[in-house]
Design a protein around this ligand. Structure first.
Ligand SMILES: Nc1ncnc2c1ncn2[C@@H]1O[C@H](COP(=O)(O)OP(=O)(O)OP(=O)(O)O)[C@@H](O)[C@H]1O
Ligand SMILES: [Mg+2]
Length: 378
């Protein structure tokens, strides 16, 4: 069992940099939580405070209900894997993994059982007698994870463990971490700046910016209900289109007016606006690239655009276009939806009509940048 609770946690470094402001988070036993955000937002600092590698300037960190602010890292029952997994180069893989157990003076037969068991889980049994230099990057990374795993920790902390692997290996290791997680009944806190990693690994994602939490939620929640502009643009690739628009409420039936078009806000989204009694107003409209569709012909709800770049991504096209007033938008079209002659027409300078899916639109206040429907204080 290991829950982790942070209450009003703050970090001020000696140079007066406030790296983390008033961080509050309750992590449940066996939960997989990912901290994600741009460089310098305080992810590693928060993780290091949980590990005990960094003093906590204010607030409390609890593990299983016990305040650990003044406990040494070794007494917190935590394992940590870093981006730069320094393995001992002169030791075999076996000895690298056994190292901490020998420090604990564990009997060799017990060490053998633990090391071989961990090696089996990680698929590195065949390399146990090799030196780290005779391994690939991904294999070394697995040894580093194995070194942390043998210690039977209650909490597993990982700080960008995959960031120095190439893209293919990273995808493979990501899948292995998901499998590992199913085999270990441990609480995971994982740091990354990669939103794909965050979305695929996390039960919950903590999105951070400048030392503040911007949103905490499941992958589906942060994608479908981004509470502010920052989260909306951070999650999803290519990123969400954000354009100024007028939200119009005609007796509870909503429309957005932009670029001369009037697009109905239908489905659940229209119902949610009505339930929240959102008045007609100026908004920043957010539309994901997959929620902009090509229309066959011009209509009251379509927007004329000029194609600028057509990127062939395989199963879909990424189309970059601009409206008559020069606003750039990007949208995705599945290649399977297009005939050969339609595809041939998607050249630079082509005049197209697009419309936005009303039921998956997002509305932000231009001043506060908060979502009109879902904002929340952390
Ligand atoms: N030892 C330190 N002394 C002073 N300031 C520091 C120290 N370590 C980090 N900082 C500052 O604290 C802020 C948060 O740093 P942190 O390393 O937690 O960011 P991060 O989110 O992990 O970023 P990255 O994705 O680049 O690893 C940054 O502004 C950083 O410059
Ligand atoms: Mg970091």
């Amino acid at each position: 069992m290991a829950s982790v609770k942070l209450t009003n946690v703050k970090k001020i470094y000696d140079n007066n940099v406030v790296a983390v402001h008033d961080f509050n988070l309750d992590i449940k036993d066996q939960e997989f939580v990912v901290f994600v955000g741009p460089s310098g937002c305080g992810k590693s600092t928060t993780l290091r405070m949980i590990a005990g590698l960094e003093d906590i300037s204010d607030g409390t960190v609890e593990i299983d209900g016990e305040v650990v602010n003044d406990l040494q890292p070794k007494d917190r029952n935590i394992a940590m894997v870093f981006q730069n997994y320094a393995l001992y180069p002169h030791m075999s893989v076996y000895d690298n993994i056994a190292f901490s157990l020998r420090l604990q003076k564990m009997p060799e037969d017990l060490i053998f059982n633990k090391v071989t068991n961990v090696a089996e889980i990680l698929g590195i049994t065949d390399y146990l007698m090799r030196k780290p230099r005779a391994l690939s990057g991904g294999q070394r990374q697995r040894v580093a994870i194995g070194r942390a795993m043998v210690r039977d920790s209650k909490v597993f902390l990982m700080d960008e463990p995959l960031s120095n692997l190439d893209a293919k290996l990273r995808n493979q290791m990501r899948a292995e971490i998901i499998l590992l997680r199913q085999k270990l009944n441990t609480t995971f806190i994982y740091v990354t700046h990669d939103q794909t990693e965050a979305m695929t690994l996390g039960d919950r994602i903590v999105i951070m910016k400048d030392g503040y939490i911007m949103q905490v939620g499941s992958p589906a929640e942060v994608f479908e209900k981004p509470e502010n502009l920052f989260v909306a643009e951070f999650i999803g690739a290519p990123k969400m289109n954000i354009v100024p628009a007028e939200l119009v409420n005609a007796n509870g039936a909503y429309q957005v007016k932009l670029f001369g078009a009037a697009i109905p806000v239908d489905g659940d989204k229209g119902a949610e606006l009505a339930r929240a009694r959102i008045p007609g107003r100026k908004v920043l409209l957010g539309v994901r690239p997959e929620h902009i569709v090509l229309s066959k012909e011009a209509s009251a709800s379509s927007i004329p655009v000029t194609l600028e770049v057509n990127e062939m991504m395989g199963s879909e096209l990424h189309l970059h276009a601009f409206t008559d007033d020069g606003t750039r938008i990007i949208f995705r079209v599945p290649t399977i939806d297009l005939t050969a002659s339609e595809r041939a027409g998607l050249v630079n300078g082509a005049k197209l009509n697009v419309t936005f899916e009303g039921k998956v639109m997002h509305f932000f206040d231009p001043e506060t940048e908060k979502n009109l429907l879902y904002s929340h204080e952390y």
